[in-house]
Write a protein that binds this ligand. Structure first.
Ligand SMILES: Cc1cc2nc3c(=O)[nH]c(=O)nc-3n(C[C@H](O)[C@H](O)[C@H](O)COP(=O)(O)O)c2cc1C
Length: 180
């Protein structure tokens, strides 16, 4: 049975990426488990690259919560606003921590993630022609590729103030079939 983990990376509640994701999630069959986690509710420690010195401790506290939830999901849905043509710090930090989790032999993180799906719901405040989401989409597509995860493609919306994305009729239509 598939289980979806929705990872909210916006630094505001009920923003555009969250609203677009909630619309998309309505398309999921009721028997599919959904877990929603907001990264700002589970702050991670700053990440340090200790790969070639001390290595990494087994994740504890919020890192354990996020790692366990990630490992439990067949489908990972990363919801992200575009910040400076890039990932917001919340999502970059979560992915940096993957670098530690991947190196914990007991977790088997790399092997476990192989073949699972990485979905991306991306919102910027430009239009399609500006292509402001493209660096973020490329980052996440490459991440899926590196992790040997499947990449169903990104759902992209546009909007600035919370709720604006609900006027993006193309995004709303795409959301209804994104998971089908
Ligand atoms: C720090 C910051 C940087 C941003 N940078 C961009 C950007 O580079 N390109 C863009 O189109 N929108 C940018 N935006 C606008 C957000 O992507 C937009 O408001 C989006 O709807 C926010 O999604 P959310 O409501 O899910 O947080 C930025 C917003 C913030 C707060």
């Amino acid at each position: 049975m598939r289980s979806f983990l929705f990872v909210l990376s916006s630094t505001r509640v009920d923003g555009n990426s969250e609203r677009l994701a909630r619309l998309a999630a309505r398309g999921l069959a009721p028997e599919i488990t959904q877990t929603w986690l907001r990264l700002t509710d589970h702050p991670l420690e700053p990440f340090a690259d200790t790969r070639h010195s001390t290595g990494y401790a087994t994740p504890t506290h919020n890192a354990k919560l996020l790692c366990d939830a990630t490992l439990a999901a067949t489908d990972l849905v990363l919801m992200t606003p575009v910040y400076w043509y890039s990932l917001p710090w919340t999502l970059a930090l979560y992915l940096d921590h993957w670098s530690a989790w991947m190196r914990d032999k007991e977790l088997g993180f790399l092997k476990a993630m192989e073949g699972r799906a990485l979905h991306a719901i991306v919102v910027d405040s430009d239009d399609d022609a500006a292509g402001s989401s493209l660096p973020v989409i490329d980052t996440l597509r490459r991440t899926a590729d590196y992790m040997k995860m499947t990449w169903p493609g990104a759902l992209v919306g546009h909007g600035n103030r919370p709720g604006d994305v609900e006027q993006d009729t193309t995004a709303i239509a795409a959301a209804t079939t994104y998971f089908t």
